[in-house]
Design a protein around this ligand. Structure first.
Ligand code: GRG
Length: 306
């Protein structure tokens, strides 16, 4: 293991621990000003799907892209926690019978299996709205314009032109609403999974009030990392181990889905990942050694086993 890789693994673990502790606090039963009650069933469901699990890759990207600019870790962790809330909400809703109808997530029964559909829908809604509560908090940055830019970018990444829109295009491509619609795999990826990962990378530039060139570099890096993440996911669905993944494999083929692997073939997909890693490395070059951890993160994403 190289020093950068070892450092990366240690930092990923630390951010996962810090995010877990922060989410536990944000999802406690303690009422915030203007809240009337925090219903126990709702809170338990939100905690079930957001605590004790996940690699916390998105918060890690926020923390590390922020570290490049010397942003206080506490502020970055809050933005990372907001992003993780959106991610967890998307997984809950994606697992529902009306979407992917999955029984297993992170090695445990999915939330609607553990509880019921209504509870799962509301837990997802609760996490989505909590994310926007968190990202506007004063502790994140003294300048309200910075908080506004972070909030708007989060809405764009998770909403119509981002994750939600990507999910819609993906379902249409599966033929859910009539004839299968043609799928632009790269576009669906950029929206459905790429937009949140990219947000993790540009959030540091926004928080750090970077130059336009630095923002662009993290934007390029985030896009390359996002595509590499999705191709790795498509490859894992074909070649991965269900036990390590904590979910069933072969789901894309069962649905007859067009993926990077069906388009490029296994070898072509692997070559594309190598090209994307080179692009991510080159985007980070302006940060010199400060970009080392992010560089290792791209390799981790591309080579992950779960
Ligand atoms: C339902 C609005 C709505 C959106 C769903 C992102 C998404 C859209 C669904 C996720 C479905 C899915 C399994 C996509 C594959 C890539 C992905 C997001 C995997 C899970 O992310 P990881 O590997 O998960 O970061 P952990 O568990 O580590 O957090």
């Amino acid at each position: 293991m190289t020093t950068a890789t070892a450092d990366f693994a240690k930092r990923l673990d630390q951010t996962a621990d810090d995010t877990e502790a922060l989410l536990a606090k944000l999802l406690s039963d303690e009422l915030l000003p203007d809240e009337i009650a925090r219903p126990k069933r709702l809170m338990d469901a939100m905690r079930y799907s957001s605590l004790n699990g996940g690699k916390r890759l998105r918060p890690f990207l926020v923390v590390e892209s922020s570290a490049v600019f010397g942003v206080p870790r506490e502020a970055a962790l809050l933005v990372g926690a907001a992003l993780e809330c959106i991610h967890c909400y998307s997984l809950i809703h994606d697992d529902l019978p009306a979407m992917d109808n999955s029984d297993l997530r992170r090695g445990r029964p999915t939330l609607h299996k553990k509880t019921d559909d209504a509870t799962a829908i509301l837990a997802g809604d609760g996490l989505l709205t909590l994310a926007f509560d968190i990202v506007t908090r004063d502790e994140i940055h003294k300048d309200a314009t910075v908080r506004l830019l972070l909030t708007r970018a989060l809405a764009r990444a998770s909403g119509i032109g981002g994750m939600v829109g990507g999910q819609m295009l993906d379902l249409a491509g599966e033929g859910r609403f009539g004839d299968r619609e043609p799928v632009d795999v790269a576009r669906v990826q950029q929206m459905k999974t790429g937009a949140l990962l990219r947000y993790g990378c540009i959030a540091g530039a926004i928080l750090g009030q970077s130059t336009q060139k630095e923002y662009q570099a993290l934007d390029d890096y985030g896009r390359a990392l996002g595509e590499a993440f999705q191709i790795a996911d498509d490859l894992l669905d074909v070649e991965g181990d269900a036990a390590a993944l904590g979910k069933q494999t072969g789901q894309d083929a069962a649905l007859g889905k067009t993926t990077f692997v069906t388009q490029l073939g296994i070898d072509g997909a692997k070559q594309r990942v190598r090209d994307l890693l080179a692009r991510a490395d080159s985007a980070l070059s302006i940060f010199g050694a400060k970009g080392d951890v992010l560089r290792a993160a791209a390799h981790f994403v591309a080579e992950r086993k779960n």
